[in-house]
Design a protein around this ligand. Structure first.
Ligand code: S3P
Length: 202
């Protein structure tokens, strides 16, 4: 695991051995993971733009495949049905190359998703990290925007906090790189990732 703030230029040596197979081939996919409000979509868009790669937001892929918004799927079919759509959407995007993918915050809860990500070659999984109060502030600010998609899992902040603590070790285990986004702008996060993943901006 590489912590950008601690060792920005030591990716290869800091990688645990089991990551080696993934990192010896040039990275073709960057997958951003982290809790709601961690900046996955904003950073992903900026990163893809800098690299000249495609950007895919998994929630948008789910909506395009189902013809429904995420809150609609939660309300009409329940969370387990949403999770099944999420896995199907993940399978559909992992075949692409030169792509930045923003996962939904709950995707790593599903074991099958974690296995898919671990077994897809040339795939760098990045954990965009922040403390829960920072994430909660960002989610509440974003919820004030009438055009923003509602987040059913954030409906009760106390329940969301429990899920954050349950997910944190899963994000950590899944990611080969972690970055504390607490005091960084999305632009700074995207720049750091280009540096730490040893990629070249276009
Ligand atoms: C969810 C996060 C959302 C979306 C859905 C469920 C979660 O994505 O997938 O509302 O379980 O944390 P963002 O992390 O992009 O908000």
């Amino acid at each position: 695991m590489t912590t950008v703030a601690e060792a920005p230029m030591e990716v290869a040596t800091a990688m645990p051995q089991r990551r080696t197979a993934r990192t010896t081939r040039p990275t073709q996919r960057i997958v951003l993971t982290g809790f709601m409000g961690s900046g996955k979509s904003t950073v992903g868009r900026l990163l893809a733009e800098s690299l000249g790669w495609e950007f895919l937001d998994l929630d948008h892929v789910i909506s395009a495949r189902t013809g429904k918004t995420v809150p609609q799927i939660f309300a009409e079919q329940g969370e387990p049905a949403f999770r099944r759509e999420e896995t199907a959407a993940l399978v559909s995007v992992l075949g692409r190359s030169r792509v930045v993918i923003a996962l939904g915050g709950g995707a790593p809860e599903t074991l099958g998703n974690r296995l898919l990500l671990e077994q897809t070659p040339a795939t760098a999984v990045v954990y965009l990290e922040a403390a829960f109060p920072t994430l909660a502030d960002r989610c509440m600010t974003q919820a004030l925007d009438p055009t923003a998609t509602a987040r059913p899992v954030f409906a009760d902040p106390a329940v969301a906090e429990k899920r954050f603590h349950m997910r944190h070790p899963l994000y950590l285990r899944l990611a080969s790189t972690r970055l504390d986004t607490g005091s960084l702008t999305p632009e700074e996060v995207a720049e750091s990732l280009i540096e730490v993943l040893l990629l070249s901006a276009k």
